[in-house]
Ligand binder design. Structure first.
Ligand SMILES: *Cc1c(COP(=O)(O)O)cnc(C)c1O
Length: 358
């Protein structure tokens, strides 16, 4: 018996997407971004599936340590760097690269005594204004890093786009020009592009691309679909019908009684709700896939269940599988209907959802 709800993770799709991104950026190495539990797909599920990636990007030291415990030996980069002095020892012990974006990290490096130097990626703020050193700070910081015996040479460079998902936004070109101007004459590797940069700004692919969402088969762009770029959704979120009920015109369903049937119909009750990470703010009309057709959510999503209008002639039965999103029903489409972001849907599943690598 398969558990439900469950997130079926396709190893084949992950491998395919990696290959596809390698085709899109043939001159770049791939840092597969697997932070946040592999965007909800399972950290080691993903890492083992895309073991041909040249390295992995993570947001937290704990994630990197879990990778090492899981037997992943390749390059690991902490995209936000280390947060505490003690973390530096772990970086050395486990050969983990770190971004350096802040004066506090510089000081910790300068004051540390390490058995070996750490590989650093100097983070440049070219316009995102979230993390990184400004162009004005560049020279001083670079000089300090070069002088720091705890820092391996050469120093590498990383930046992040603010608007790469807006295809006509000149801001991306400005960020790229700033980054190139600062780093052009220096040794060390460069990385600029996450998924949107990789797909839509090929001039930003540089030495390393850092795809996250695209690796999972999902487009970073509003209104777009991963499949338009030859990507295959890696997650299928599945549950089951646990009740099928005749429902009379004029009757409401669920908390608040906000939705009301206009005709006699049959409702299906599905074992998934916001306690599993399916958003409570999914409005009536949000699509769900049952027996090969899209049916609309009706009434409010509750903690453990949601209801759908199966239609008067429905022959669906208790126990039938339901797909909340997946290759058959793109998570981008569901996200658009809900007014959220596909990244958030896949990442926010709760531990009650079994994550099953297939
Ligand atoms: C999360 C992250 C990525 C991956 O972003 P996607 O849009 O999912 O491809 C790349 N780089 C950095 C610094 C990140 O934080």
């Amino acid at each position: 018996m398969k558990p439900f709800p469950r997130a079926e993770i396709s190893s084949r799709a992950l491998k395919h997407n990696l290959k596809r991104l390698q085709e899109v950026a043939p001159h770049s190495k791939v840092l597969a971004v697997v932070k946040a539990n592999g965007y909800g797909h399972g950290l080691l599920n993903v890492a083992n599936s895309v073991c041909d990636a040249d390295g992995f990007g993570l947001a937290r030291l704990e994630e990197a340590l879990e990778m090492r415990r899981g037997g992943i030996h390749g390059k690991l980069l902490l995209l936000e760097g280390f947060f505490r002095r003690e973390d530096l020892l772990q970086l050395v012990t486990h050969h983990i690269d770190t971004a350096v974006h802040h004066e506090s990290q510089l000081q910790m490096l300068e004051q540390a005594q390490l058995a070996e130097p750490v590989t650093v990626w100097m983070k440049l703020d070219t316009g995102m204004h979230r993390l990184g050193f400004s162009p004005a700070q560049f020279h001083d910081v670079y000089t300090r890093l070069m002088a720091c015996p705890q820092v391996a040479k050469p120093i590498n460079f990383i930046t992040h786009f603010a608007c790469a998902d807006e295809l006509d936004n000149e801001y991306t070109r400005q960020q790229l020009a700033i980054f190139n101007r600062l780093t052009a004459q220096l040794p060390g590797e460069r990385t600029i592009a996450a998924s949107a940069g990789t797909l839509f700004w090929p001039e930003s692919q540089a030495d390393w691309i850092r795809p996250g969402i695209a690796l999972y088969g999902v487009s970073p762009l509003d209104g777009d679909r991963g499949s338009r770029h030859g990507l295959i959704p890696a997650m299928r979120l599945v549950s089951q019908l646990i009740a099928v009920r005749d429902h009379q015109a004029g009757n409401t369903v669920g908390y608040g009684g906000h939705w009301q049937a206009t005709t006699d119909t049959r409702l299906g009750v599905i074992a998934i709700g916001y306690g599993d990470g399916y958003p409570r703010n999914a409005l009536p009309g949000t699509p769900v896939m049952i027996n090969g057709r899209r049916v609309p959510v009706v009434g409010r999503v509750s903690m453990d269940m949601l209801t759908v209008d199966l239609g008067a002639d429905a022959s669906d039965r208790v126990g039938d599988s339901v797909i909340l999103w997946g290759p058959e029903l793109p998570v981008e489409e569901v996200a658009e209907k809900i007014g959220t972001f596909a990244y958030e849907l896949v990442t926010k599943l709760t531990p009650r959802v079994a994550v099953c690598l297939e």
